[in-house]
Design a protein around this ligand. Sequence first.
Ligand code: UDP
Length: 325
Amino acid sequence: MSILVTGGAGYIGSIVAEELLKRDYEVVILDNLCQGHRQAVLPRAQFVAADTCDAASIDEVFQSYSISAVMHFAAETVVEFSVTDPKRYFHTNVLGGINLLDAMLRHRVYEFIFSSSAAIYGEPESVPISEGHPKAPINSYGESKLMFERVLEWYGRAYGVKHISLRYFNAAGASQNLGEDHRPETHLIPNVLKAALDINRPVAIFGTDYPTRDGSCIRDYIHVVDIARAHVLALGKLETLGGKAYNLGNGEGYSVLEVVQAARRVTSRDIPCQTSPRRSGDPAVLVADSSLAKEELGWTPEHAELEDIVESSWRWMRERPNGYS
Ligand code: UDP
């Protein structure tokens, strides 16, 4: 029996697949390679190049492989673009997911782990944010993730799909072999490290007038390998905890400027910055209360220090300055 990992050639999906393989699960990766990288698929995984919106190809995957559970990462993920082009987000993140669920039902597969996001909460009323916090997304990315969590609830009630949603705060860092290579790169830590490699490419600080301690946005950065480990734990708990959602974060918020300072310490390089206007769709502060994941999944982040997270990205970036190409 295999675990189907959609989006398994992407940043988080590939590292989850790696953790599954380490534990001797059989893994089938499905990815349309629009944003994923074939080189991020480890040799021991089966690979299918297909889109979650393509019902016939998805059906074929379930026919060809004996799938016991699905981990669903395939998605449009850039918050900023979701403000200007929401249709792509609803199409891929909601319709693609429903397509997948319907194929699961046809093939009697009932276990599902969903890659959700802190973006479902919107601008927080209070921090740290626990799972019960009101959900009021301020961008279509968050809205699409919330919609799909709700779809899952109904598929759970009506058809018995056992599901756990994992709401990530800011995934960052790299594993020994796999890391972050988005094109274009929109994420803070890789952009800061690119500026460390090339002083002619200053990092843009998107907004210095937020109501925070230094005016820049505050985020909770969580190591991607810790996120991956939570998926493996969730898979083992679907039977007992199915239907629930868990925040994954360290519970510690760092401002954009503090991340730049941490990267200066890690790299011992000067990192030029450029003050820029706010980026649309960005809440001022996102910090997780992840106590539920700790209590119920038995999850403990192993790389909670920001500098360790930045250090792992830095190592990966220096080994692969051109990413996967
Ligand atoms: N950010 C920034 N410069 C960049 C990339 C990001 O100032 O080059 C800021 C962004 O506005 C946000 C924070 O860094 O406040 C984290 O952004 P990222 O895209 O890494 O993750 P997100 O919070 O959007 O999921």
